[in-house]
Design a protein around this ligand. Structure first.
Ligand SMILES: O=C(O)CCC(=O)C(=O)O
Ligand SMILES: [Fe+2]
Length: 279
């Protein structure tokens, strides 16, 4: 199924997904054009989000989904989500930024940018440059490293046991932007080094913007995967015995992103996802 990150398309998404492609990388936060009407979130919604976002350290809700698979519900504070969006926007419009990936004749239903190392959907291999334009992927920003190590340190010591997860210093981050019709077929993240996979170094995944249905399954039940709603600010970690789960994104739920995040960043309708990995 790998690089099968793209299920067969119906052509509809392609129109939507070629939007915003210009000379530079795809802009996830296009600047407001004069004349447009910008709807402001209600005061109530704003206050609710400010209260949520100002909690120090984000949410403490930890959901154990399986051996080595943990969800930190609402972990990322709104201010951190905003910084992540702004940084991804800045890197995304530059060299090595967001592009519309594909393999063979098929396009994936998302925009992608790699940080640290390039992942090539054609070959499923990592490299130092993108084969199609020679660009070197931007470095993973130091603030992203901090967020990942803090998230891993937030796991209560007894939660992932008896499968404790090793901490990682990620050298790869794949950033996906899904439009509201974006999706990603069931696949395994298995192109990292044999050593990394054997040691069960976790994948750490940040969700920002619109909510989405995340499907996952072990090898035994690909026809009936589990479904998990990922909201803006959620951090999903899968490592140890769950490192090679099949997973994908079946649907993005339109207009579910925090209003304040949209207002402060002008993030396009859709969902941003960052997966940190150790090669
Ligand atoms: O968007 C997501 O939640 C998952 C992304 C993913 O599986 C990947 O980039 O390999
Ligand atoms: Fe994946």
């Amino acid at each position: 199924m790998e690089p099968g990150r793209s299920p067969p398309g119906n052509g509809k998404e392609k129109q939507n997904e070629s939007e915003g492609e210009g000379e530079g990388g795809f802009d996830i936060c296009p600047r407001k054009q004069g004349g447009g009407v910008v709807l402001k979130p209600s005061l109530l919604a704003k206050n609710r989000e400010v209260r949520r976002g100002s909690k120090s350290g984000g949410s403490k809700t930890v959901v154990l989904l399986g051996p080595g698979m943990v969800l930190l519900k609402g972990y990322l504070q709104l201010s951190d989500q905003q910084k992540i969006v702004e940084k991804c926007r800045e890197l995304g419009v530059g060299s090595g930024g967001f592009y519309h990936p594909g393999y063979g004749q098929s396009k994936m239903h998302l925009k992608m940018m790699c940080l640290g190392k390039n992942w090539d959907p054609e070959t499923g291999q990592y490299g130092d440059h993108r084969p199609f334009d020679g660009a070197k992927p931007p470095q993973i920003p130091p603030e992203f490293h901090h967020l990942v190590s803090n998230a891993l340190a937030a796991l209560p010591p007894d939660t992932p046991n008896p499968f404790p997860l090793p901490s990682i210093a990620p050298d790869i981050c794949i950033v996906n932007f899904y439009s509201q019709t974006g999706r990603l077929g069931l696949h395994q993240d298995k192109d990292e080094s044999e050593d990394s996979l054997r040691q069960g170094f976790p994948v750490v995944s940040f969700s920002i913007g619109d909510s989405a249905d995340f499907l996952y399954s072990d090898h035994r039940d690909l026809d009936q995967p589990h479904k998990l709603l990922l909201n803006s600010g959620d951090v999903l970690i899968f490592g140890g015995p769950s490192r090679l789960i099949f997973h994908g994104v079946s649907v993005v739920h339109p207009n579910t992103a925090p209003a304040l995040l949209l207002q402060n960043t002008n993030l396009r309708p859709g969902r941003l996802n960052l997966t940190f990995r150790h090669y």
